[in-house]
Design a protein around this ligand. Structure first.
Ligand code: ZN
Length: 210
């Protein structure tokens, strides 16, 4: 499969330019894979552009065996104020979401990496819809979203495959308490019905071990 994602990170700053006004009256900026709408200062948007560029490349590299390519730039709205995020349709209490059309997030001061965890998680759902398509089972979609959500940004790329210590501790406790059970999964395993959704929490960890 030909990889169309080949732009260097250093090109991001050059490509980042004011591209017009968003519906929410926010300036828009072009980046390699996203059109970023943001009322944040240009330096912050530039940093965000570098990060989402690396994010898209990581999604692509790790799913290259079955995903397509980004054919159309994806919309990413990054708000400085939570009230504007909620006004634009953000779920109350959330700091980021994929609406089915656009990725939205609040750039909340002080939340740092936890904020980006949400963007990386929700951004994967957007990538699935735009690039992978099909009816991906919810446990794979959520599991991989968490997998990418936990990825650590190094400044020019991501380190993936890290199991969060608290999640590992919960799993180890479940093993100690004899609360685990054998599980036979296939990509076709449907887990959308309410009783099955009860085990979704533990299952989102599964892609870490695939
Ligand atoms: Zn999710």
């Amino acid at each position: 499969m030909t990889c169309k994602i080949a732009l260097a990170f250093s090109a991001v700053a050059l490509l980042l330019r004011l591209a017009g006004a968003a519906p929410a009256d926010m300036p828009s900026y072009d980046s390699p894979y996203y059109v970023i709408y943001s009322d944040l200062d240009t330096d912050t948007v530039r940093e965000a552009a570098i990060r989402v560029t690396a994010m898209a490349e990581e999604y692509h590299q790790r799913t290259a065996g079955f995903a397509g390519t980004i054919k159309k730039k994806l919309p990413f709205y990054l708000f400085s104020k939570s009230e504007d995020y909620y006004k634009a349709g953000g779920l109350i209490g959330s700091t980021g979401m994929f609406t089915g059309q656009k990725l939205m997030a609040i750039s909340a001061p002080g939340r740092g990496e936890r904020n980006w965890h949400v963007v990386q998680h929700e951004g994967f759902h957007q990538f699935v819809q735009a690039v992978i398509g099909g009816n991906m089972p919810i446990w794979i979609n959520e599991g991989l979203a968490e997998y990418f959500g936990e990825a650590v940004f190094t400044g020019d790329g991501f380190v993936t495959g890290l199991v969060p210590p608290d999640r590992l501790a919960r799993l180890q406790k479940a093993i100690r308490d004899n609360k685990t059970r054998p599980l036979r999964l296939s990509p076709r395993t449907p887990l959308e019905s309410p009783p099955q959704m009860l085990i979704l929490g533990p299952l989102v960890t599964v892609p870490n071990f695939l």
